[in-house]
Design a protein. Structure first.
Length: 405
């Protein structure tokens, strides 16, 4: 495994603030389709005559391509560059948004639009991390990745704010048009590509080892499994938070504002954790495990199904259970500086796979048993993720990497 010295430094004259801002806009646009569909799920269910299982399938399809192809997309983004990758992904995302906003007059067409809109995340996820790694100096990457990874909770924050505005009306398609505008803005914000790294700065590859032979893969699979289980829990909790709020005695508009508040909390904590990671350059993986373990209590409170416990538990489950991805990505970028797109794609791939499995499984369990049972299962998932995070720490220690994790 190469150490940090083998990675090309950020380009002289690059615009780190512009790069981080563009990465936030692009990733927010690419993750928001599913959260918009979840936040506006009551209206979508009423219009198309579907239940929680149908809504869960719709949400899952927004992540299906990113779940199955993101590792290859990460390697591709390392090869063709972040600007080209993000331009392609935003064009795809814009097309999907416009299908939902203008042509989704049947449930089948809604599924097509959501699938296309979410497909942009396949390349946007790893490419945005390459963008940040290329344009931000290593000593500031903790804060930069904290801000960048705030793009994901920014999606449900914006989606939650749409509920008091268009929720309960036939105007639920308008926010998807806004998503297309955001994707276009992110594309226009992209800075110029970095200069090509000199040949001596590139890590050598063994041709016989294939496209992925230049990195140690074992720890990445453990990271991916932990990310998948954690994502199953928190994406399902966030996606069904508004839909299930009525059973707990909370109005749809109030639940939308609570979802936005939780998302704002995630953004704040992610940025704070990133800033601390720049100052204290070890212990990121242990912090991830602690956050995930603590978030399990939130699911238990939500399952009590009373207004204030549901509201409090939702804040704990979402804020604590969704604050950690920036730390995990930062650890991998430091450990695999020669392939930040490929390394981070394992975490993002796990997150996306969980986003596919979680809503479908949660919706099915909720329909077959009850939302409380689904929340109990989500708590078990997140505890499993904490265990696997610690296991990944062990695998990293055994690899004896010179870079701290």
């Amino acid at each position: 495994m190469a150490d940090a010295a083998t990675a090309p430094p950020p380009v002289a004259g690059a615009a780190p603030v512009q790069a981080v801002a563009a990465s936030v806009a692009c990733v927010t646009a690419s993750v928001m389709p599913g959260f918009l569909a979840g936040a506006l799920g009551s209206d979508i269910k009423a219009e198309f005559g579907i239940g929680d299982t149908g809504l869960g399938v719709a949400l899952a399809l927004t992540y299906i391509f990113a779940a199955v192809a993101i590792v290859h997309a990460g390697e591709l983004s390392d090869r063709i560059g972040s600007r080209r990758s993000l331009t392609i992904s935003m064009l795809v995302t814009m097309a999907g948004y416009l299908v939902v906003a203008g042509a989704a007059r049947s449930f089948a067409m809604l599924l097509v639009g959501l699938t296309v809109a979410g497909a942009g995340l396949t390349l946007a996820g790893p490419a945005a991390k390459v963008l940040v790694a290329d344009h931000v100096s290593p000593e500031r990457q903790g804060l930069a990745f904290g801000v960048h990874m705030s793009a994901i909770p920014l999606g449900p924050l914006l989606a939650g704010l749409t509920v008091p505005v268009v929720g309960g009306t036939d105007g639920w398609r308008w926010p998807f048009l806004g998503g297309a505008v955001l994707a276009g803005a992110g594309m226009l914000m992209l800075p110029r590509e970095r200069a090509a790294a000199p040949a001596a700065a590139r890590p050598s590859r063994d041709p016989a080892a294939g496209r992925f032979g230049h990195v140690r893969m074992g720890p990445l699979f453990v990271f991916a499994a932990a990310a998948m289980l954690a994502s199953c829990s928190v994406v399902a909790a966030a996606a069904f938070f508004v839909v299930n709020s009525e059973a707990a005695g909370i109005s749809e508009s109030t639940a939308g504002l609570l979802l936005s508040a939780a998302s704002a909390g995630v953004i704040t904590v992610r940025i704070a954790l990133g800033a601390l990671a720049d100052r204290f350059r070890t212990g990121a993986v242990s912090t991830v495990a602690m956050l995930l373990t603590a978030s399990a209590a939130g699911y238990a409170l939500m399952a009590a199904n009373t207004p204030w416990l549901y509201a409090l538990g939702g804040q704990a489950a979402i804020i604590l259970g969704w604050s950690w991805p920036g730390l995990m990505v930062l650890a991998l970028v430091r450990i695999y500086p020669e392939a930040p797109g490929l390394a981070s794609s394992f975490v993002i791939g796990g997150l996306n796979l969980g986003a596919v499995i979680g809503p479908v499984a949660f919706g099915a369990i909720s329909d077959a048993a009850s939302p409380a049972v689904a929340l109990a299962v989500a708590a078990a998932w997140v505890l499993g993720a904490a265990v696997l995070s610690l296991a990944s720490r062990i695998r990293l220690d055994s690899s004896r990497s010179p870079s701290p994790a």
